[in-house]
Design a protein around this ligand. Structure first.
Ligand SMILES: C[S@@+](CC[C@H](N)C(=O)[O-])C[C@H]1O[C@@H](n2cnc3c(N)ncnc32)[C@H](O)[C@@H]1O
Length: 187
């Protein structure tokens, strides 16, 4: 698996409204989100999914979005500000060696990991950190681009997730992606 991080300028392309023709961010996330939830989004880029999830959690919920690239975070904040959604969203810059979400331990209802796990230096470390942040019974939607992540590599990610206590609960269909809904054991 390569761990090359997608260049910051690709953030604009990934957040473009044209992407909706291929992947509808509301249809993809809505089955898992309710008002008042705490959502964690590692690797949000410039917020193609963040904005819609912030709408879905409502004023009583929050989305914590963590990216390692300052320019992604800056673009994300600009988009959220334009949409009037900054207050219910926290955009964090990840430290280089972790996601920096220890303060969320046991607080997260839903995690979206879209097209980003293959960029992490260690998927087992990634799943251990997010599993720690999740409530028992919470879910994680994992999707990887089928164009440049091989099926075997995706299945290896699922094995790392299982070691962290995240079991496959469903296999939703997302265009041009490998996808799985994972559930944290314990409920
Ligand atoms: C291909 S982009 C996907 C962006 C977004 N999830 C989407 O689908 O539009 C991958 C994102 O993961 C971020 N990323 C890469 N390594 C990371 C790390 N170690 N911690 C947090 N974010 C990371 C990149 O900066 C980039 O924003």
């Amino acid at each position: 698996m390569g761990h090359r991080i997608c260049p910051w300028w690709l953030g604009y392309v990934l957040a473009s409204p044209l992407r909706r023709l291929l992947q509808d961010p509301v249809a993809i996330t809505k089955p898992y989100i309710r008002e008042g939830m705490t959502v964690l989004e590692p690797g949000p880029g410039m917020g193609f999914f963040t904005r819609e999830m912030a709408r879905q959690v409502g004023a009583s919920g929050r989305v914590v979005a963590v990216d390692v690239q300052p320019r992604m975070i800056a673009g994300l904040k600009r988009r959220l500000a334009r949409a009037g959604l900054l207050e219910r969203t926290e955009a964090r810059l990840a430290p280089p060696d972790s996601l920096g979400v220890q303060d969320l331990q046991g607080k997260v209802d839903f995690v979206l990991a879209m097209a980003m796990v293959h960029e992490m230096p260690s998927s087992s470390r990634f799943f251990a950190e997010v599993a720690e942040a999740m409530k028992p019974g919470a879910t994680l939607l994992l999707a990887e681009p089928s164009g440049h992540v091989k099926k075997d590599a995706f299945e290896a990610e699922l094995q790392d997730a299982a070691v962290a206590g995240l079991e496959v609960a469903d296999r939703p269909v997302i265009r041009r992606s490998w996808a799985a809904l994972l559930k944290k054991r314990g409920q």
